[in-house]
Design a protein around this ligand. Structure first.
Ligand SMILES: Cc1ncc(COP(=O)(O)O)c(C=O)c1O
Length: 363
């Protein structure tokens, strides 16, 4: 009998990424608060642009996403040639890991750092080093403690998923200042548009003159285009040029490029999406705390809720919410087995969530 060839070493040790659930048996339209998506959907302008792309389905996309590149560069006052576009920002992390990691190298991230950084690091036979996050927040000293001569990339999501915590501009500056030039510091700003904390600042400014900082952003969250997979990284020019050599030539499809371009200029939709989160995030937090559960401070479009009670625990809460047609996100994959992550939804969805949690607390 022949044997199927084995994948290269380490691949089968990678736990497959499990996305947020989207279905409940017997429920036609569940309330999906499990993937930090935009509950308002895509804006009108992006939808029109997407539909307009139907006439170009026979064509290969423009490989450098030139119009989108120019528009993003203008919006953020950054150099277009320093941008790398990915099939979601997830792909930018994957590409960076592919370009910079050789077997035996390592990446450093926080204990609760976004899982996507780790998967492709392992696929490149690199070690993943997780720094303790004692207060569910990335700790600069703990990260630095793990950095050694084999560290090629340090990943920080700011704000962080799934904790919702953020690092101050001062902390990021200190982290960068302590790293040698040979280490790339990746700051993932997928949730940047939802931050109001005055001590937070985008790292884009610091990245302008640095030789080793990459800042990533996505069209999946505030712009509501998760399905189309468009994200970007602002890189030092040599990094962008290196990544471009291995990037698939057509990694951003035409409908994605067109919709993202339109979304970028849809200020009304951005404002509406932001306002919804800013209005509900504190309201949800306060109400959920009132039910006796712990809510961690969040700068994202979601809340991390802890269920400390042995009986009314996270698993029971998850099952109860399911029975009410609501899907949230268990975060046991991050070791947070007593927590659930809940995306801020529409007015009606948030009310339904609060009603269900209130009922669960009283059960
Ligand atoms: C911290 C963080 N970074 C990146 C992403 C992925 O974004 P994209 O859809 O652009 O791949 C997510 C998605 O949930 C996220 O939570």
């Amino acid at each position: 009998m022949t044997k199927t060839p084995a994948p290269k070493s380490g691949i089968l040790d990678i736990a497959p990424y499990v996305g947020g659930k989207s279905k409940i048996d017997g429920v036609a339209e569940p309330i999906k608060l499990s993937s930090n998506e935009n509950p308002l959907g895509a804006g009108e302008k992006a939808r029109e642009a997407y539909l307009g792309a139907i006439d170009y389905l026979n064509l290969y996309p423009e490989g450098r996403a030139s119009r989108l590149r120019q528009a993003v560069a203008e919006k953020h006052a950054i150099e277009p040639e320093r941008l790398v576009f990915g099939n979601g920002s997830d792909e930018v992390f994957t590409l960076l890991n592919q370009v910079y990691l050789t077997p035996g190298d390592n990446i450093v991230t926080g204990q609760y750092g976004f899982l996507a950084y780790r998967i492709s690091a392992k696929a490149n036979q690199a070690e993943v080093r997780l720094a303790p996050e004692p207060n569910l927040k990335c700790d600069v000293d703990a990260l630095l403690e793990l950095v050694d001569e084999r560290t090629r990339l340090v990943y920080v999501s700011n704000p962080a998923n799934p904790t919702g915590s953020w690092n101050t501009a001062e902390e990021i500056r200190r982290l960068h200042g302590a790293l040698s030039d040979s280490v790339l510091l990746v700051i993932d700003e997928a949730y940047a548009e939802f931050v109001v904390e005055p001590d937070w600042q985008s790292t884009i400014d610091l990245a302008r003159t640095a030789t080793n900082i990459i800042v990533t952003r996505t069209f999946s969250k505030i712009h509501g285009l998760a399905a189309l997979r468009v994200g970007w990284g602002y890189c030092p020019l040599p990094v962008a040029e290196a990544v471009d050599r291995v990037r698939l030539p057509f990694n951003n499809n035409i409908p994605g490029q067109e919709a993202a371009l339109a979304a970028l200029f849809d200020d009304e939709h951005v404002e509406k999406s932001r306002a919804l989160v800013l209005q509900w995030r504190p309201r949800l937090a306060q109400a959920i705390k009132g039910f006796g559960f712990e809510v961690f401070p969040s700068a994202g479009n979601f809340l991390l809720v802890r269920f400390p009670d042995a009986k009314r625990n996270a698993q029971a809460a998850d099952a109860f919410l399911h029975s009410r047609g609501i899907i949230v996100r268990p975060v046991g994959g991050y070791g947070l087995t007593d927590c659930l992550r809940m995306t801020v939804g529409t007015d009606d969805e948030n009310r339904a969530l609060l009603d269900a949690l209130s009922e669960f607390a009283a059960s």
